[in-house]
Design a protein around this ligand. Sequence first.
Ligand code: CA
Length: 376
Amino acid sequence: MTYRYTPWWLPAALIVSLLMCAVLFAALVLRTPKAVSATTNNENGATTEIYRWRLVTTWPKKFPGLGLAPENFAELLNKMSNGRIQITVYGANEIVPAMGVFDAVSSGSVEMGHGAAYYWKGKIPASSFFTAIPFGMNATEFNGWLHYGGGLEMWREIYAPFNLIPFAGGNTGVQMGGWFNREIKSIADFKGLKMRIPGYAGEIFTRAGGTAVNIPGGELYTALQSGVIDATEWVGPYNDRAFGFQQIAKYYYYPGWQEPGPGLEFVINKNVYESLPQDLQTMISVAARAVNQDMLDEYTARNNSALKELVEHHKVDLRPFPDDVLKTLKKISWEVYDEMAAKDATFARVWKSYREFLEDVGDYHKISEQYYYEKR
Ligand code: CA
């Protein structure tokens, strides 16, 4: 038996159903406007969500060393997840300016960022501990503190009110003291010296008589060449040679007291991260950890050949800072941290954890790493 009769209400019901489907679909898409942008069917017919993220950085696109970490991270994650998470990396100023990364990820206007925690010192004074502090931990110690000494938990707790989850995102190892066009024989030579030196190091340098300025990496060469600054620190031989500082500065000082093992950061918007399935969250942790170590490995392998070329080919005048200069800078550093701790409870809490770990691991490193370096 067949029915040819069509009820009068059927077309209306169809239209209403279609409209409801459209509203539901729009609601789903609008709820996560960028993070989930497509679904595909796998071979079993099950639905797979594809996550497309935008990652903004504080570096120019594909910046040597530092800027390659987010590119490597995106590629690794794409491969590990079989294309389920696809990240497009944007350099500074492509979507947001270098110093706008924290706010852009915090607000959710982009999903993810890469930069350095000490850039946000104005918002969070304790953030510097999660990059580096002058005379603080080296890269090995810093990674130990983050992953086995409670550092990462503190970092996450401090970023939580900003709706951000941080991950360690690379480390350059101990840096160089910087490029100078004036010889440093004593602390008195800092008088009137204008240097690009960010973070607490800038404040310490200022207290030692100098004038600290913060200029983004991409503008440093011109600033030093034109005499806007008399000196600059950047990273180490591998990166500094690529910038061409050897053409415009006479002296190259060591060690990088200001950044003994600075760690970079990945930050992910908390809502976006928590909306991921567990397996992708795990892949993010693994990829970040791999990229974090990989950067240190690359700097370890490349710094000395770059330094040799700077000294032998470009005739750069390589010098250590005099002992009393370093002693004075260290004394000022500890004064600055204690003053900050008296003013800011979070700073005090992180400084306590950081200092205890530094002293504890430092004791062992005196008879292991340090002693071994001297004897081998
Ligand atoms: Ca630096």
